[in-house]
Design a binder for this molecule. Structure first.
Ligand SMILES: Nc1nc2c(ncn2[C@@H]2O[C@H](COP(=O)(O)OP(=O)(O)OP(=O)(O)O)[C@@H](O)[C@H]2O)c(=O)[nH]1
Ligand SMILES: [Mg+2]
Length: 488
C-alpha cells in the first residue's frame, strides 16, 4: 500500500513538473537582442542581416532613416537608409516581424543590404555598439525551440534542410521540419499514455478491493496489455528500420568500385562523374590511393570510391598499401561494383572470382567492362547470367548500372508519405524506447509488479520525449545547436 501511494505521489509530481515545464514554454520569452549575417559571407547581390529579441525594432530604428519603424505593423517591408551618426552606410530594405509572429516568436528584423563584406560588417558593428550581441551558432533556431515554435526534431530538420543537396534528402528534411515525424512520435506517445493509464487502473483496483484477487487483475490486464505493447512495437521497429534508408539519404551510399588492375575502374568513375577526376592509363596499378567522388543518380547520392586494383602478389610496397586500403574500403562499403576486364578474363576466371564474391554480405553488382572489345562468345555467356555489361570508355550501358545501383538502395520504399528517421540521435532514442517496451513485455511474462511495469513504460515515454525535446538537458541542447551555422 505504502509503495503504491509513493508511486502515485511520484506520478502526480511528475505530471505537475511536466505542466510547469509546458507553461514555461507557452510564455514566449523575449531574450536579449542578437544579430548575425543570415546569408553566406562573401560578395553577393544582396545580404541579409538578421536580429531577434527584446527591443530589436527600436534598436534598428535608431540607425534607420526613412520611416519610424516602431510604428509599423508586423510582416511589413520598408525602404530607407542606415546611418552611423551622419555617415551613410547603405540603402536597405527592412522587414519587421512582431512577437509572436516570427521564426523565433520574438520581435525580429531582417535587413536586406548590399552583399559586400564591408557593408555587412559596418552594419553589424554599428548595431552591436548600440546594444545587440553577436548570435551563437544555431541561436535563432534554439530560441524558436525554447519558445515552442518548433520541437527539437523539427529544429534539427532546419539544419538538415539547409544541408540537403539531393531531392530525397530535401524531401525527408522538409517532411520532418513540417512536423510529420513529430506527429508520428506524438501519436506513439498517446498510445503509451493509454497503456500507462491501464496500469494505473489496475493499481486502483488492487488497492480498493482487497478481496479482489491480485491474480484476477493481473490476468485481465496481462493479455490486453501485452497486445497493446506488441502493437506499439510494430511502428517503432519500422521507424528504426527506416534509419538505414534515412542514413543513405542524408550521407550518401558508400559505393566501392573494385576489381583487378586495369579493369577500367578509374575510367568508370570518370564516366559516372562526366569528369576526368582519376588518372587512367594502360599500366596496371595506376591508382594507388582510393579516390572518392559524389555521384547523384535520380536524386540519390552515391559516394563512389575508385580503388587500387586487387591482385594477390605485388613487389611494389606502395601498391601493397593501396591494396590494403582497398580491402579496408570494401569492409565499409554499402554496395560494391566489381569490375571484370572482358578483354583479359575468361569465363572460367570470372566464375572463380564470382564464387568468392558470392560469400560477401554486401550487395555486389558484377560488371563486365570493355564490352566494345570483348569476345562475342564471352559476352553472350555473361548475358545469360547476372552481369551488367558496359563499356566505361565509350559510356555504353551506364544507365543499366545506374538502375542496378538504385535498386540496391530500394528507393521505391521511399514513398512521399513514409516517415523516415534520418537522424542518429532519433534512431538511438527509438532503440532505447524499443528496449524499454521489450522489458515491459518480459515483465508481464515474469509477473512483475505493476509499479515496476509502469516504470519501464515511463522510460519508454521518456525516450520518445527526448526526440521531440520535451525532456532535454542543457548539454544536449548545447551540443545540438553548436552544429548549426551562425545566423541559423
Ligand atoms: N576498350 C576499352 N578500354 C577500356 C575501357 N575502359 C577502360 N579501358 C582502358 O583500360 C585501361 C585501364 O583503365 P583504368 O581506368 O586506368 O583501369 P583501372 O581499373 O583504374 O586500373 P588500376 O588503377 O591500375 O587498377 C586504360 O587504357 C583504359 O583506356 C573500355 O570500356 N573499353
Ligand atoms: Mg585506376
Amino acid at each position: 500500500m505504502l509503495q503504491a501511494n509513493t508511486y502515485r505521489f511520484a506520478v502526480k509530481l511528475h505530471i505537475f513538473a511536466c505542466k510547469l515545464n509546458y507553461s514555461l514554454l507557452e510564455n514566449v520569452r523575449q531574450e536579449d537582442p542578437i544579430i548575425a549575417l543570415a546569408t553566406p559571407p562573401g560578395s553577393s547581390a544582396i545580404a541579409v542581416v538578421r536580429l531577434s529579441g527584446m527591443g530589436v525594432i527600436e534598436l534598428v530604428n535608431q540607425v534607420f532613416l526613412g520611416k519610424d519603424l516602431t510604428q509599423q505593423t508586423s510582416h511589413t517591408i520598408h525602404f530607407g537608409t542606415i546611418h552611423d551618426n551622419k555617415r551613410l552606410l547603405d540603402e536597405v530594405l527592412v522587414s519587421i516581424f512582431r512577437a509572436p509572429k516570427s521564426f523565433t516568436q520574438e520581435d525580429a528584423v531582417e535587413i536586406s543590404c548590399h552583399g559586400s563584406n564591408f557593408v555587412v560588417q559596418q552594419i553589424i558593428q554599428l548595431l552591436v555598439r548600440r546594444g545587440a550581441r553577436l548570435a551563437k551558432p544555431g541561436e535563432f533556431t534554439m530560441r524558436a525551440f525554447l519558445n515552442g515554435r518548433l520541437d527539437l526534431a523539427q529544429a534539427e530538420a532546419v539544419a538538415d534542410l539547409i544541408a540537403a543537396d539531393s531531392a530525397a534528402a530535401h524531401r525527408a528534411a522538409l517532411q520532418q521540419m513540417r512536423g510529420g515525424f513529430s506527429s508520428k512520435i506524438r501519436q506513439l506517445k498517446k498510445q503509451l499514455i493509454h497503456l500507462a493509464s491501464m496500469l494505473e487502473l489496475a493499481l486502483d483496483f488492487s488497492e480498493e478491493d482487497l478481496d479482489f484477487s491480485e491474480e484476477d487483475v493481473d490476468f485481465i490486464d496481462k493479455t490486453a496489455l501485452k497486445t497493446l505493447v506488441q502493437e506499439l512495437l510494430i511502428p517503432i521497429t519500422q521507424l528504426i528500420q527506416s534509419f538505414q534508408l534515412g542514413n543513405v539519404i542524408k550521407n550518401g551510399v558508400s559505393t566501392v568500385i573494385a576489381g583487378k588492375p586495369n579493369a577500367g575502374k578509374s575510367t568508370l568513375l570518370n564516366a559516372m562523374l562526366n569528369e576526368e577526376k582519376a588518372i587512367v592509363s594502360h599500366i596496371p596499378g595506376t591508382t594507388r590511393d582510393f579516390i572518392e567522388a559524389e555521384v547523384n543518380i535520380e536524386g540519390v547520392h552515391f559516394r563512389c570510391i575508385d580503388t587500387a586494383g586487387l591482385r594477390d602478389q605485388t613487389d611494389d610496397p606502395v601498391e601493397a598499401i593501396g591494396i590494403a586500403r582497398t580491402k579496408e574500403q570494401l569492409q565499409k562499403a554499402a554496395i560494391v561494383i566489381y569490375l571484370f576486364d572482358l578483354t583479359t578474363e575468361t569465363l572460367f576466371s570470372i566464375r572463380q572470382t564470382n564464387l568468392r564474391l558470392a560469400s560477401s554480405e554486401v550487395p555486389c553488382i558484377k560488371v563486365g567492362n570493355k564490352m566494345d572489345a570483348a569476345p562475342p562468345d564471352l559476352l553472350q555467356a555473361l548475358q545469360q547470367e547476372d552481369f551488367v555489361l558496359i563499356s566505361a570508355a565509350q559510356q555504353q550501358n551506364l544507365h543499366l548500372l545506374n538502375s542496378r545501383l538504385l535498386a540496391c538502395v530500394s528507393l521505391d520504399r521511399l514513398s512521399k508519405t513514409d516517415t523516415i528517421v534520418v537522424n542518429a540521435r532519433h534512431h538511438d532514442s527509438l532503440n532505447k524506447c524499443k528496449k524499454a517496451l521489450e522489458d515491459v513485455l518480459e515483465g508481464i511474462e515474469s509477473n512483475l509488479t505493476h509499479e515496476l511495469l509502469a516504470q519501464d513504460l515511463r522510460s519508454a515515454r521518456y525516450y520518445l520525449g527526448e526526440i521531440t525535446g520535451e525532456v532535454t538537458t542543457e548539454e544536449l541542447l548545447g551540443n545540438l545547436f553548436a552544429k548549426f551555422c551562425i545566423g541559423k
